[in-house]
Ligand binder design. Structure first.
Ligand code: NAD
Length: 261
């Protein structure tokens, strides 16, 4: 438990399932007030809110498309109106789809970039404006991926978005460090969430993915949430501009395992 988080307010985007849900519930356990954003899964978001309330914390489900300025403004306003402030903004919402790049429709490129990169920009911008206006320290966590570093053929648009998240986050971490605003990324590896459900249901694909992880297993969303809680807390007070990989070693060039190469 990080006692400094108690009664502070967080916005988490894409909170109705997967990693977002695990983080929202973990922040609830830390006694934070949580704005749980969802795009279309209202029921899922409401369940998360009920779970957080059952832990004795406050939470609110808010529909918004993070790829729009109006959407992120609504999330900020919900935090201010319902909980009286904002301390932590987590840009978690993301999407992916597979296409060979020479056949990738512009529309799909645009959609992935809108959610994964523009959404991170818009959320960060709204949070920073609030922190600056109130002259208070703030904390931003952006969900990147091992693919901010590892190329991913047939998911080039996804990799481009996450590479963008990395350099965007490093740039603003430097830009606002003197104002007491910390900005960090989390880089998950292969985590067991709905985004991967189909892939991991297939035994062969699951084995292929597992073989790419030195720890030889898929990660649990709660393991990503633990990293988020640490980055949110003052235990990480001197940390800004990093990507904390939560990947069982996936970024360690596992092809070299056993001295190969
Ligand atoms: P998920 O599909 O379970 O959840 C993604 C969430 O984002 C969903 O709730 C979805 O509704 C939301 N979302 C999508 N478009 C949105 C929009 N326009 N506005 C608001 N919300 C929107 O996926 P996940 O695995 O929980 O992924 C969460 C984040 O972690 C993503 O950014 C993803 O790229 C990243 N990530 C996941 C993995 C993994 O293995 N699961 C690995 C690396 C990075």
């Amino acid at each position: 438990m990080y006692t400094d988080l108690k009664n502070k307010t967080a916005v988490i985007t894409g909170g109705s399932k997967g990693i977002g849900t695990a983080i929202a519930e973990r922040l609830g356990k830390e006694q934070m007030n949580v704005v749980v954003n969802y795009h279309s899964d209202e029921e899922g978001a409401k369940e998360v809110v009920e779970e957080i309330k059952a832990q004795g914390s406050k939470a609110l489900a808010v529909q918004a498309d993070v790829g729009t300025e109006e959407g992120v403004e609504e999330l900020l306003n919900a935090a201010l109106e319902e909980f009286g402030g904002l301390d932590l903004w987590i840009n978690n919402a993301g999407m992916e789809n597979r296409h060979e790049t020479h056949e990738l429709p512009l529309e799909d490129w645009q959609k992935v970039l809108d959610v994964n990169l523009t959404g991170v920009f818009l959320g960060s911008k709204a949070a920073i404006n609030y922190f600056l206006k109130e002259d208070k320290p703030g904390n931003i966590i952006n969900m990147s991926s091992v693919h901010e570093k590892v190329p991913w053929p047939t998911f080039a648009h996804y990799a481009a978005s996450k590479g963008g998240v990395k350099l965007f986050s490093e740039s603003i971490a430097m830009e606002y460090a003197q104002q007491g605003i910390r900005v960090n990324c989390i880089g998950p590896g292969a985590i067991n969430t709905p985004i991967n459900a189909k892939k991991f249901e297939d035994k062969e694909q699951l084995e292929t993915t597992t073989s790419m992880v030195p720890m030889q297993r898929i990660g649990d969303p709660s393991e990503v949430a633990a990293a988020a809680a640490w980055l949110a807390s003052k235990e990480s007070s001197y940390v800004t501009g990093i990507t904390l990989f939560v990947d069982g070693g996936m970024t360690l060039y596992p092809a070299f395992q056993g001295g190969r190469g």
